[in-house]
Design a protein around this ligand. Structure first.
Ligand code: HEM
Length: 427
């Protein structure tokens, strides 16, 4: 089956709505961050609000807010999960996952450690490597090969659909549910689009997102039950989650369903946006694309540099669990701390010529996949998908280039970044 026959208006609208929600004002974010980094790298105030975007933080808006711009300060905050906690997310994004849903992002301390230990083996390269063949088959046969005769496309049609299709395969959706996957994915995006900057919009969005979350979770719990009843023998995430054990603890169907529900938006649109940034950069600089064509060992380096240069989520937020201090600025207990990872990834103290895209640069950890105990557990899956996608485009779409009849792709967004369209031609 080709994705061209399965396109979903609901999904495309939900993705556009999500991008709009986190777009904010049209500023040169990197320039604003640079000025801040060089003059006043820790400030009191809601920096994200000044860019007119809602955040995933506590929607009750009752806490003082601080913003941090430098690499080493942000690294400290993300590493010290005891002083800078994530539990507040359950009153922010968590609320949109169906009220009391415990999402892993919102767990702290021992509870987080246990949940993470339970799922770690599933997401480590030793297990993820088993999926390479499936991922390659899906991307090439269902996506890129059917595009070949078209000779032109908006590359983001492919970019929106393939990560969803893959996550659903890996989670273990049966073929008979295939028609539903893009609808369920749209629900996931509606949930992510929940947080709003205006109170009125927020209440309406909460209701919509909660309905979507209930619907999505009930389908996933149903799937977990089905798999358990059949012995859960597959290598898919859900079957492995059903058997996963840490210190004698296992997950029930509700927990397996809820966790799988958070994986869908966590692993889908983040990869879509990263793909958009990577391809916008590559095709706007054809000499870079040519280098990849001639030396495929550069593909992972290009992906890594794209995540530094144009990270898809510009901010990570934590809450101070006690009175503390960053770079001499006093942060009271309860304050929310906005870590501008987009700024840290271009900190001149750490990255030489930070505003230059340089895939040959020395590999230094950037924060696009986070850092510390909550660092993205799915990063090996994401990187593998992107690598397979780029290689498929290089192999199957000869002389892939930007279509001169359309505007050049632009990477935009104050909180969630990405290019909405990449119009291309090939021979
Ligand atoms: C390029 C694509 C991706 C990006 C940029 C990304 C980014 C992130 C970031 C920044 C975090 C940390 C959040 C925090 O510290 O608060 C995170 C956590 C997480 N990601 Fe990803 N992610 C991507 C793909 C994926 C995929 C494919 C999956 C699943 C297969 C996934 C599953 C998760 C999960 C479960 C967490 C929560 C980990 C925890 O709280 O311990 N992500 N991701």
């Amino acid at each position: 089956m080709s994705f061209l026959d399965e396109r979903s208006e609901l999904l495309e609208d939900a993705y556009a709505a999500l991008s709009k929600n986190y777009k904010g004002i049209d500023v040169d974010l990197y320039d604003v961050c640079k000025k801040q980094r060089l003059s006043d790298p820790v400030i009191e105030g809601d920096f994200m609000k000044s860019l007119e975007v809602a955040t995933h933080a506590d929607t009750r808006h009752t806490h003082p807010v601080y913003a941090v711009f430098k690499y080493h300060d942000i690294r400290k905050v993300l590493t010290d999960a005891k002083t800078f906690t994530s539990g507040f997310i359950r009153y922010g994004l968590g609320k949109f996952f169906g009220g009391d849903a415990l999402i892993i992002l919102a767990l702290d301390g021992q509870e987080h450690k246990e949940m993470r230990a339970l799922m770690k083996p599933i997401f480590m390269p030793a297990n993820v490597n088993h999926y390479r063949e499936t991922i390659t088959k899906i991307i090439r046969e269902e996506f890129v090969e059917p595009m070949v005769p078209l000779k032109k496309a908006n590359l983001m049609d492919f970019g929106l659909y393939f990560p969803i299709r893959i996550i659903y395969e890996l989670v273990g959706f049966p073929e008979s549910w295939r028609e539903d996957i893009y609808e369920i994915a749209a629900m996931g995006l509606l949930i992510l689009a929940g947080p709003k900057k205006d109170e009125e919009d927020l209440q309406a969005a909460l209701e919509r997102a909660n309905e979507a979350a209930d619907h999505m979770r009930s389908r996933l719990v149903e799937l977990a039950k089905l798999k358990r009843a059949e012995g859960a023998t597959g290598r898919d995430f859900m079957s492995q989650l059903i058997h996963a054990e840490y210190k004698g603890k296992k997950m029930n169907d509700h927990e397996v369903g809820t966790f799988a529900g958070t994986l869908l938006p966590a692993g889908g649109e983040t990869t879509t946006r990263t793909f958009s940034c990577l391809m916008a950069i590559m095709l706007s600089n054809p000499e870079l694309w040519e280098r990849l064509r001639n030396d495929r060992s550069l593909v992972p380096k290009a992906i890594n540099e794209a995540t530094r240069y144009e990270g898809v989520a510009t901010v990570k937020i934590r809450q101070a669990s006690e009175d503390t201090e960053i770079r001499g600025v006093k942060i009271p207990k309860g304050a929310l701390v906005q870590c501008l990872v987009a700024s840290a990834n271009r900190d001149e103290e750490v990255f030489e010529n930070p505003d230059v895209f340089d895939m040959d640069r020395k590999q230094t950890a950037n924060f696009t996949f986070g850092f510390g105990p909550h660092m993205c557990i799915g990063q090996f899956v994401a990187k593998m998908e992107l690598e397979v996608a780029v290689n498929a485009l290089l192999d199957l779409l000869p002389n892939l280039r930007l279509d001169p009849d359309y505007p050049k792709p632009e990477i935009k967004g104050a909180q969630l970044r990405g290019a909405s369209e990449i119009r291309v031609l090939w021979d």
